[in-house]
Design a protein around this ligand. Structure first.
Ligand code: G5P
Length: 224
């Protein structure tokens, strides 16, 4: 079997990880796993891990490493014959090391977005909780204000996008991301992209993925 692609997108809250990952998944057919989405699913379903996670997320804090690795690694185990793309995991060195002990990453994308841009975007973000569809009132507004395009159901704002939790999230990101970025840099798989607009960064990421998928063509097919 040809080699599978193991990829992740790193970046602070609001940097466009979710937006970029959805584009990559759509364009290249990778399996896409968002840690934030799985956590919110657990919260909505009132699972034990979900209830615990909510106490951290609402305060803008990271969910403990052990909870995250128990949530994410079994999902990857189920996808062992597929190429995959991680959004929001790993966030800490402990998570990266746990992932590293099981998989050799082929590609890690790091998004560098100015702080002011992040603040603006997140205070303007609305989501459809059931599907995880994300809107931004300036960048990609819903067709009808306050309603999901597909279902027409109401959009909400995450508690952790409200100003107090947001500040804490941005602060934590910086200190915890550095060792993770350094690890992937030392493995020669890190690619960083800077800018204030996702649409301007996307063509570079698209071209990087095209090159990578070209050299690792098999296994990159959608199954969802
Ligand atoms: P999440 O859900 O992983 P964050 O905080 O990492 O949350 P977030 O907030 O979802 O990341 P993002 O995915 O980087 O942001 O960005 P996005 O959603 O695509 O874009 C943000 C907004 O900007 C959207 O409204 C989008 O439409 C808009 N936008 C995008 N591009 C542009 C542009 O060019 N211009 C404009 N104007 N707008 C744009 O995690 C949530 C929480 O779960 C816990 C943590 O508590 C975390 O805070 N968690 C973990 N804890 C520990 N370890 C982990 N691995 C964890 N993973 C999650």
């Amino acid at each position: 079997m040809a080699k599978l692609l193991r990829a992740a997108v790193l970046g602070p809250p609001g940097s466009g990880k979710g937006t970029i990952c959805k584009r990559i998944a759509q364009s290249f057919g990778l399996q896409y796993l968002s840690s934030g989405h799985f956590l919110r699913e657990g919260i909505a379903a009132n699972t034990e891990a979900g209830v615990l996670a909510k106490t951290y997320i609402d305060r803008g804090m990271l969910v403990p490493d052990q909870v995250m690795t128990r949530l994410m690694l079994p999902k990857l185990e189920q996808l062992r014959n597929h190429s995959w793309l991680l959004d929001g995991f790993p966030r800490t060195l402990t998570q990266a090391q746990a992932l590293n002990s099981l998989y050799q990453m082929d590609l890690v994308i790091s998004l560098n977005i100015p702080y002011e841009t992040l603040k603006e975007r997140l205070s303007d973000r609305w989501v459809h909780p059931a599907s995880g569809r994300v809107y931004n009132m300036g960048f990609n507004p819903p067709r009808v204000q306050g309603k999901d395009d597909i279902t027409g159901e109401p959009l909400i704002q995450h508690d952790d996008d409200k100003p107090e939790a947001l500040m804490a999230r941005l602060r934590h990101y910086k200190e915890l991301a550095k060792p993770v970025i350094d690890l992937y840099k030392s493995q020669g798989v890190l690619h960083s992209f800077s800018g204030t607009e996702t649409d301007k960064i996307w063509p570079y990421i698209n071209s990087l993925l095209s090159t990578k998928m070209h050299t690792q063509p098999s296994g990159a097919h959608p199954t969802q």
